[in-house]
Design a protein around this ligand. Structure first.
Ligand code: HEM
Length: 306
């Protein structure tokens, strides 16, 4: 699964793109609220607890202590109402989500942290009528920059169904992932990294790409078709951890976009070309198709090696 344990203080990374990306996040929350925010059931008390727990962990605990130059807490005279000021945007937000709706809480998360969050809760199911098993279901998200899939297609689904389009998921990943989810203990933070090349999109990329890839309806590009201003190495730094009170698992990711022109200018063109070759000939070559490699790989490699 390619997971490694992280120090919990490294949960969220802030970089120099923060302010610019928050502007984009704010406009996406405004223009596409139904894509960016999703909840299966606002009135479900387990989901309320999980969203509120993530919210207060972020704004009351993690962010003010890890990034005090950005997030400053403030108590009123009775020490009962705590607010947080984002010193970059100048905006003041509540430190707890109990007094606001779940969509509002998820929107505040989206507008203050350059990270996408997916909250999954365990459910007991007894489908074969002999033994109960636990499955994890996606109950809520705040996600501005998913790549190649639409979170609203995934809401309410189990982990295995969420990964439906991922080649060889059932054969190669499902068992170990289920075991990992069952055993992930509170206090442990793990990380995985994914990557692909994208040729026709920027940060906001909320559409289904695996459908056209597997239908074979994509047009193969030549190097002359490449728009270098829109060709990026796109990578997600993904983390997983469990919330102690709700028992929810939080899947979070930060998206990096590296212009392919910069990669070449820095002298890393051959490394990327070799990585693309590896994706094509790797242990699951269908992943190459899933990532639209048939469309872009030859053109991108030709550019990198020219
Ligand atoms: C141990 C943790 C996980 C592993 C090893 C894993 C693995 C993968 C892999 C291999 C892919 C194909 C693209 C890529 O290379 O990343 C993928 C796609 C995806 N994963 Fe995961 N995943 C994990 C956890 C999660 C969780 C918790 C969610 C919850 C929302 C999730 C949602 C997705 C989605 C939405 C896609 C895109 C599917 C599509 O194309 O429709 N993953 N995952």
């Amino acid at each position: 699964m390619g997971l490694e344990t992280l120090d919990p203080s490294d949960f969220l990374i802030f970089d120099k793109t923060y302010s610019e990306r928050l502007n984009l996040r704010r406009s996406l929350v405004e223009q596409h609220p139904e894509d960016v925010i999703g909840i299966t059931d606002d009135y479900d008390s387990r989901i309320q607890l999980a969203v509120q727990e993530l919210y207060s962990y972020l704004f009351k605990t993690y962010l003010p202590s890890r990034y005090p130059s950005i997030f400053k807490t403030h108590c009123d005279k009775t020490y009962s109402l705590i607010t947080v000021k984002n010193l970059v945007t100048g905006k003041i937000i509540p430190a707890d989500a109990e007094s606001i709706s779940l969509p509002a809480a998820l929107a505040i998360i989206s507008e203050n942290v350059d990270e996408d969050f997916f909250i999954l809760l365990p459910h007991q199911v007894n489908e074969n009528k002999t033994s109960a098993e636990t499955v994890y279901v996606l109950e809520a998200y705040s996600a501005c920059f998913p790549s190649g899939f639409q979170p609203r297609d995934k809401i309410g689904k189990r982990l295995a169904d969420i990964h439906g389009p991922v080649p060889k998921y059932k054969e190669k990943l499902q068992k170990s992932m289920d075991r990992f989810f069952a055993r992930l203990e509170v206090g442990r933070l793990v990380k995985r990294v994914n990557w692909a090349v994208t040729v026709d999109e920027e940060l906001y990329s909320n559409f289904d790409k695996s459908g056209p890839a597997f239908e074979g309806t994509l047009k193969k590009m030549t190097v002359d078709d490449l728009d270098l201003n829109k060709t990026f190495l796109r990578s997600e730094r993904q983390t997983l951890h469990r919330l102690p009170a709700s028992n929810a698992i939080v899947f979070a990711f930060h998206t990096y976009l590296y212009p392919i022109q910069d990669i070449k200018a820095e002298g890393s063109a051959e490394d990327l070309a070799l990585a693309i070759d590896g994706l094509q000939s790797g242990s699951v070559p269908e992943i190459f198709t899933y990532k639209n490699g048939d469309k872009w790989a030859d053109a991108v490699k030709q550019y990198l090696r020219s």
